[in-house]
Design a protein around this ligand. Sequence first.
Ligand code: AMP
Length: 415
Amino acid sequence: MRVLLVGGGGREHALALGLAGDPAVEALVAAPGNPGIAAVAELREVTPTDPAAVAALAVEVAADLVVIGPEAPLVAGVADAVRAKGIAVFGPSAEAARLEGSKTFAKDVMTAAGVPTARAYTCEDASAVAQALDEFGAPYVVKDDGLAAGKGVVVTDDRAAAERHAAECGRVVIEEYLSGPEVSLFVVTDGEAAVPLLPAQDFKRVGDGDTGPNTGGMGAYAPLPWAPPNLVDDVMRDVVHPTLAELRRRGTPFAGLLYVGLAITPSGPRVIEFNARFGDPETQVVLALLETPLGGLLHAAATGTLGAHPPLRWRDGAAVTVVVAADGYPAGPRTGDVITGADRAGIIHAGTRRDADGTLRSAGGRVLCGTATGPDLAAARDAAYALVRDVELAGSHHRTDIAAAAVDGRITIPG
Ligand code: AMP
């Protein structure tokens, strides 16, 4: 199988490692890729959000499967353009990707499908915003309606800050605050059959103890020792299958990766958000534990044959990833700084570039992450932090408490 992987972040580096490790994948091309991916794939230039360009590249490299990493190409219709060339693609159509591209559309689908989620209003002016904030009370949850790379959400007790964010965004979704630990559940689907991966937890806030602004994600771990034993089965029954059925009913089946972001509230799991692609950095830990060959799994989802795919196999133990972010991230990351200590197994590249002389430099807000597995969560956590300690990047910062509460048994479900 010849595979073209679209994207160039940490998620795509993790996907590239998984695909390259699948004996059925005889050639792996990544576009645009990154210096970490370059170790396992041939890199090609492409604008990932240009449907015609990606489709032409898929034809040129004779891809049997195109795997689309990020959300922006999906929302732009890249999967549709590739499919129109008769090439199998892992990633939903632009229509189905609206599940991520529009918070309002996602709420609509959830309501129609009876999926448990926060009550919400879409608001377009200050008086509607004020009314919704009054109704729900603090903490206030205000979400930009469009794609915002995980940074369009403000959760705050500060009424003025909530109103300011709403005014800056224009069209927002304001919703009820959901309390409880968060879970990311990835589901591989061909539109009908659906296979859950291991649940993971990510860390959205920039600072230790969940302080500071939201980011794309500062770390993750899997599996979740504190999760209720029937969590995955319940979410598949109450969330995933009803959502997939509703999208089929609308004539826009969702095939690809359905990312279900949940809060485990006192009244059970509630959906915080859907995404239409693998999450970053949870992919790094989930795929580190997946033993089943990744190419075959994604190909089955892309070709409507997932129902016949064998059950997944997982490695024992746990995985932890810790993101190293650039000075100034998330507000205004500085790029171009020299990185040392990053060319080793377990370092996943996210925002890096390499000079002609081989010097590695930062090229984005989330620069890289240290990903490690271990016989248990404590061991995986120690190993991930050991990797990060050996990386030098001026001004960089990382959280020091990734997976700490889970290791110490401090995560509880309120109620
Ligand atoms: P989203 O982009 O919708 O995942 O939101 C980003 C982060 O904001 C989530 O991971 C949560 O930590 C937080 N968040 C979003 N919606 C809610 C909610 N209704 N209640 C509590 N926290 C939320």
